[in-house]
Ligand binder design. Structure first.
Ligand SMILES: NC(=O)c1ccc[n+]([C@@H]2O[C@H](COP(=O)([O-])OP(=O)(O)OC[C@H]3O[C@@H](n4cnc5c(N)ncnc54)[C@H](OP(=O)(O)O)[C@@H]3O)[C@@H](O)[C@H]2O)c1
Length: 232
């Protein structure tokens, strides 16, 4: 059993998550920010890859005090469990995710993570070991489900999201498309990694919602189950 996995990202009109230097870009505005905060407040956990922690240093907390109060009134912790996928334990101890706001943190490492880094991370987070060289994402999700995570939101970046799609581990996708061109062949996109070739069917999506939001558009997709070739 694994949690329901919801990916949420903001991309530029040309499909980029950030610049080629992996510098964070403000793609959406306050209205979308509040939507994401509401989405996050409904989750048991929020997950990012180590690339996002190193690039953006996010807190991954719920921001709106009213949403935090509502979670607590429902008997839930103020923030979802914050999960960092970090095979080699590169997450710095001073990372904001470890220090802002109360609540459980999880760092998922692989067996390749040096024991001393595992011990250091253990001072700030629950360390889950899954996979030999890289974090085994399916095994990680099973372990998170076992500690009560029913719904998890993935906030990036492209490498982690690409791997989750590749392994059939995504159920829903929210994409805010902003009114800018970032450009650059090396700028991260929504689903990075090697990508699919003619040898494998594409991941297929079903449109569940579409709405203008500020100067961009929000798309909500559900992932279709089962394989379907995209080649003619
Ligand atoms: N616009 C948005 O909504 C948005 C959201 C988030 C991030 N971003 C941007 O995205 C960029 C970061 O994305 P990123 O692709 O560099 O990093 P990422 O996806 O956040 O993290 C990728 C890293 O996760 C680790 N990992 C461990 N196990 C893995 C597995 N099984 N599959 C895949 N990755 C695994 C790998 O590092 P190890 O091998 O060391 O473990 C990998 O390099 C930044 O520029 C950030 O600003 C944008």
């Amino acid at each position: 059993m694994r949690p329901h996995v919801v990916v949420n990202v903001a991309v530029s009109a040309d499909g980029k998550l950030s610049t080629f230097e992996r510098r964070q870009v403000r793609i959406s505005g306050q209205a979308d920010f509040r939507r994401v905060d509401r989405l996050k407040a409904g989750m048991d956990a929020v997950m990012v890859g180590i690339g996002t922690v190193l690039a953006d240093d996010p807190s991954l907390t719920v921001k709106d005090p009213a949403l935090i109060t509502a979670r607590e009134a429902a008997g839930r912790p103020p923030h979802p469990i914050r999960v960092v996928v970090d095979s080699n334990g590169r997450c710095p101890p001073e990372a904001t995710v470890f220090h802002r706001g109360p609540g459980q943190r999880v760092v998922a490492v692989s067996k390749a993570c040096p024991p001393e880094r595992r011990a250091t991370l253990g001072e700030y987070a629950t360390v889950i070991v899954a996979g030999d060289e890289r974090v085994d994402l399916a095994a990680l999700l099973e372990r998170l489900h076992a500690i009560g995570v029913e719904r998890i939101m993935v906030e990036g970046g492209g490498t982690l999201i690409g791997a989750l799609f590749e392994e059939g581990l995504v159920d829903e996708l929210y994409v805010y498309i902003g009114n800018m061109i970032i450009g650059g062949a090396d700028a991260p996109t929504l689903a990075d990694g090697p990508g699919r070739s003619a040898a494998r069917p594409f991941v297929r999506l079903q449109l569940a919602g579409m709405e203008p939001c500020e100067e961009g558009v929000l798309l909500h997709w559900r992932v279709k189950k089962g394989d379907e070739s995209g080649f003619t």
